[in-house]
Design a protein around this ligand. Sequence first.
Ligand SMILES: Cc1cc2nc3c(=O)[nH]c(=O)nc-3n(C[C@H](O)[C@H](O)[C@H](O)COP(=O)(O)OP(=O)(O)OC[C@H]3O[C@@H](n4cnc5c(N)ncnc54)[C@H](O)[C@@H]3O)c2cc1C
Length: 153
Amino acid sequence: MAANLSVYGYVGLTQGAAHLIEAFGSDALRTTYMARMYRGEWTGTMALTEPQAGSSLADITTTATPAGDHHLLRGAKIFISAADHDLTDNIVHMTLARIAGAPAGMKVCRCSACPGGASRVTTSSTTTSRSPASSTRSAGASAEHAPRVRRAR
Ligand SMILES: Cc1cc2nc3c(=O)[nH]c(=O)nc-3n(C[C@H](O)[C@H](O)[C@H](O)COP(=O)(O)OP(=O)(O)OC[C@H]3O[C@@H](n4cnc5c(N)ncnc54)[C@H](O)[C@@H]3O)c2cc1C
């Protein structure tokens, strides 16, 4: 890291994403993601920005549709630092989304832990972390939605 300061970005983003899961995730999410991320086996990102929503995050249009113990995400994110690399087998994207059908504003947004590889498709199965704004339901990671491990190219 001393030789390449920008490498710290990967560590810092991973730490932040893991901490989000630690603070708001279910036990299952913590077990599946958090420890591996803190150990550096997997890295993490913060996927907030969209083509039409940068500073104005209240304008995001990515939706999270409840589907059993997880949510289905649909939308587009841009400018996501450390979102695609071969340093680790998996990249966990903490993805900001609007609960499907909810009115405008930030109070109806939630953050989902999106297993690596899912960012390559339009609609993806995700496991979710509990949102501070929507804490009535916390989802756990099921076997069906266990992280998809990316293959090194
Ligand atoms: C190197 C880099 C890495 C990034 N990594 C990530 C990442 O990991 N995850 C992620 O989600 N995003 C990431 N981003 C995106 C970043 O968060 C956005 O670029 C930022 O939020 C600004 O959004 P924007 O580019 O759409 O600019 P805009 O929001 O369109 O802003 C354009 C200009 O308008 C000004 N402006 C905006 N709103 C107001 C206002 N209300 N009043 C006055 N002036 C205003 C701004 O200061 C700016 O000068 C990254 C960007 C860069 C450059």
